[in-house]
Write a protein that binds this ligand. Structure first.
Ligand SMILES: [Zn+2]
Ligand SMILES: [Zn+2]
Length: 335
């Protein structure tokens, strides 16, 4: 009797009652796949720490997958991880707040294979935005295909122009702003947070949606491959927002005990939703007329509905573009 049960009997030696027990080593590709799935599932290095200790090859595979999405949480974390041999070629996606990069921003230049970058500008204000944007964008690779600039205090042609100049291969661009509203406390905090951002640039910055669309479209024009853009500002007049603060004393607030924007106000929705939603379509079509590859454009909005193209929880509306016979069509569902 063999001490170990064989996988199969060796026919050439069958008469001698000997058996072979062939252990197949898992091929590297299979291990690579298993580690990729494990990393994707847990996002936690402790779950793959044991694998990485097994051998040099497995450690390299584990680290490569783990750092494909790199989200440093502090400047110390950022600079220490950048000392790991190989990391500069592993990182495909970088996600962090802007202050994390401030101490050693030039390390960004070494990330050779970056495809997606998500920078949160929450630590910045109106006074520091321009300088920080200029510094960080100048260090991003020209090969970037997806860029998300979150919680910027102001979306303007300066930031869009820098993006277009620095990242000509972009296919997707998100720039958001209104996430900086503070609605977690009281009406005073809500109002104060609104004064720290340019959430509704019409009419103070641009007199109408036409001027805004031409300015933003022209700033983004160098992006010949841009397919999806999200500009997280409100196209409704800032007067709507200002007037809404008086509505809190009336019977109009629909579903909130604390502060809430015009989206939670019956009077604002009744008086403005129709026109603003029309403007969002028009602005989408106007920008698409300047950007020939654009397929969708999303806006922040107070007036999203429970229907396709809208995400009311995120105060977001999306417009799909179709070009036919020299005419641009825009609607809130795919064509
Ligand atoms: Zn408060
Ligand atoms: Zn209102």
């Amino acid at each position: 009797m063999p001490s170990v049960y064989p996988l199969r009997r060796n026919p050439s030696q069958a008469s001698q009652h000997t058996y072979t027990h062939k252990v197949k080593r898992p091929v590297v590709e299979v291990l690579d796949e298993i580690i990729a799935i494990t990393v994707a599932k847990h996002k936690d290095f402790s779950r793959i720490a044991n694998i990485s200790l097994a051998s040099y090859v497995l450690r390299q595979i584990a680290l490569r997958h783990f750092f494909a999405m790199f989200a440093p949480v502090s400047s110390r974390h950022w600079s220490r991880c950048c000392q790991i041999p190989g990391i500069f070629s592993w990182v495909r996606k970088l996600k962090c707040t802007t202050d994390v990069l401030t101490l050693q921003p030039t390390l960004l230049l070494k990330l050779l294979n970056l495809q997606v970058v998500e920078l949160d500008f929450l630590p910045d204000g109106l006074a520091t935005q321009a300088q920080r944007v200029k510094l960080l964008l100048s260090l991003l690779p020209a090969t970037l295909t997806e860029l998300r600039l979150l919680n910027v205090p102001r979306i303007d042609t300066h930031i869009l122009g820098l993006v277009a100049a620095q990242c000509p291969a972009l296919e997707t661009l998100d720039v958001t702003c209104i996430g900086r509203f503070d609605e977690g406390c009281c009406w005073l905090c809500f109002e104060e947070s609104s004064t720290c951002i340019i959430h509704s640039p019409i009419p103070d910055v641009y007199p109408s949606i036409k001027e805004l669309s031409v300015a933003f479209g022209t700033a983004l024009k160098p992006l010949q491959r841009l397919q999806h853009v999200f500009l997280g500002i409100l196209l409704s007049s800032s007067d709507i927002f200002d007037a809404h603060f008086q509505h809190r004393f009336g019977p109009y607030i629909m579903y909130s005990d604390g502060p809430i924007g015009p989206d939670g106000c019956g009077l604002c929705v009744q008086n403005h939703a129709l026109l603003v939603r029309q403007d969002e379509l028009i602005a989408g079509a106007m920008i698409a007329s300047i950007l020939p590859s654009l397929q969708t454009i999303s806006w922040s909005t107070w007036f999203a509905r429970e229907e396709e193209g809208d995400e009311s929880d995120d105060r977001l509306t999306t417009v799909w573009i179709r070009r036919a016979d020299g005419v641009i069509h825009a609607r809130r569902e795919p064509w």
